[in-house]
Design a protein around this ligand. Structure first.
Ligand code: PMP
Length: 426
């Protein structure tokens, strides 16, 4: 038994499923989850000391690479001054100012402790601001695990949503409408029928929780247009895309501006941080200025802020993104070539440093149904093959991959060599 197997057995005694977030348990791909001990740059090291080239990047945050010396130094400097005060600190304003400078349309921002809290709070704010209850979301998008967002589509596009987890009241689910991602006609239809009841639309501007699915041209623009027409709040969930697809987020990349933006992952540099922000008139609806309540004992934690601020300084340096985007492209093109050479139907998507591979005959993947139709068994074999080769991919086929600034051309080559051997065995 290796150390991960041993640790997993122990963990299962006192932690449900042995993990603190379900996907970590490897249920989708089978086998024992790898327990990690440390990470440096592009690599993670497991409890037995085995090295992996890491394309999970803690599910997105580590774009400057793991344990970046400047981030670590900023954190150490801050934590020596005290871990938490539950009172305002200067660094919160510094990070807030940085976010407002970088993101188009962000006038004010409030910090929370996770992406889930960010989207949950943004939804409440949209409802409070508009005085309406209905929320539109899209199938295959994930916005964290708050009640209003753990909802799947009912039988028809415009039927009331149904809870996707026991514990979510049906009475709440009926206020969430789930439409198809990239379905412009579906959005227009929904708004034409119930637009005046819609508090807000929440969307992943590049879907990264159904593998990696970019918006088709016109999709985000249509959301902006319909929200404007009906006075609904457009919430662009940039928890994953923020500072992944450009230094101005997906909104800068696609030229579509939200009313409210939610953030997490990269902006916290690997610490538990999230944020929601946007138009001043909406943000002033939040307590203590306005009537919509939202709070947090550890929100704006100075140590977490230090990791986030340093990370955002590093990504703001001219030319930071080009090499990462080039390597992402080299990786997906290389994977496609090697799959083709092995006679395996396979395609890819990528935007900036987000990418995904699909075991499918389809040439292009643009929606949830196509993702569901991919060959999951083949992905699982590929995942385990790559894992034993020392390449760590997300342990489920519905997750985007991530490139960091620490990945080198040699890492890409090593990954492609491994993929060639694994494809040959599939
Ligand atoms: N929104 C998006 C787009 C996400 O990808 C995630 C997490 N993967 C969340 C929200 C929830 O964030 P957290 O896990 O930090 O609660």
């Amino acid at each position: 038994m290796n150390r991960s197997e041993q640790l997993f057995q122990e963990a299962q005694q006192c932690i449900p499923g042995g993990v603190n977030s379900p996907v970590r348990a490897f249920r989708a791909v089978g086998g024992t989850p790898v327990f990690f001990e440390k990470a440096q740059g592009a690599y993670t090291f497991d409890a037995d000391g085995k090295r992996y080239i890491d394309y999970v990047q803690s599910w997105g945050p580590m774009i400057v690479g793991h344990s970046h010396p400047e981030v670590i130094a900023a954190v150490i400097e801050k934590l020596q001054l005290g871990l938490s005060f539950g009172a305002p600190t200067e660094i919160e304003t510094q990070l807030a100012g940085k976010l407002c400078n970088l993101l188009p349309g962000m006038d004010m921002v409030r910090f929370v402790n996770s992406g889930t809290e960010a989207t949950m709070s943004a939804i409440r704010l949209a409802r409070g601001f508009t005085g309406r209850d209905k929320i539109i979301k899209f199938e295959g998008c994930y916005h964290g695990h708050s009640d209003s967002l753990l909802i799947k589509a009912g039988s028809g596009a415009l039927t009331m949503g149904v809870p996707s987890s026991p514990g979510v009241p049906e009475a709440l689910a009926e206020h969430t409408i789930t439409l198809n991602y990239n379905d412009i006609a579906g959005v227009e239809q929904a708004f034409s029928e119930i637009g005046e009841q819609v508090a807000g639309v929440i969307v992943e501007p590049v879907a990264g929780n159904m593998n990696c699915v970019p918006p088709i041209p016109g999709f985000l623009e249509c959301l902006r247009e319909q929200c404007d027409k009906f006075g609904s709040v457009l919430i662009i969930d940039e928890v994953m895309t923020g500072f992944r697809v450009s230094h101005t987020g997906a909104q800068g990349h696609y030229g579509v501006q939200a009313d409210l933006t939610t953030l997490g992952k990269v902006m916290g540099g690997g610490m538990p941080v999230g944020a929601f922000g946007g138009k001043r008139e909406i943000m002033e609806y939040i307590a203590p200025l306005g009537p919509v309540y939202q709070a947090g004992t550890l929100s704006g934690n100075p140590v977490a802020m230090a990791a986030g601020l340093k990370t955002l300084e590093l990504i703001s340096v001219d030319g930071f993104y080009e090499p990462i985007f080039k390597r992402t492209e080299a990786l997906v093109n290389g994977l496609k070539e090697r799959a083709a050479a092995a006679g395996i139907p396979f395609t890819t998507n990528h935007v900036g440093s987000m990418w995904g591979g699909f075991f499918t005959e389809a040439e292009q993947i643009t929606n949830f149904q196509q993702v569901m139709d991919c060959d999951g068994e083949r992905f699982n074999q590929f995942f385990h093959g790559m894992l034993s080769e020392g390449v760590y991919l997300a342990p489920a086929s519905y997750e985007a991959g991530f490139m960091s600034a620490a990945h080198t051309d040699e890492d890409i080559q090593e990954t492609l060599n491994a993929a060639e051997r694994v494809f040959a065995k599939l």
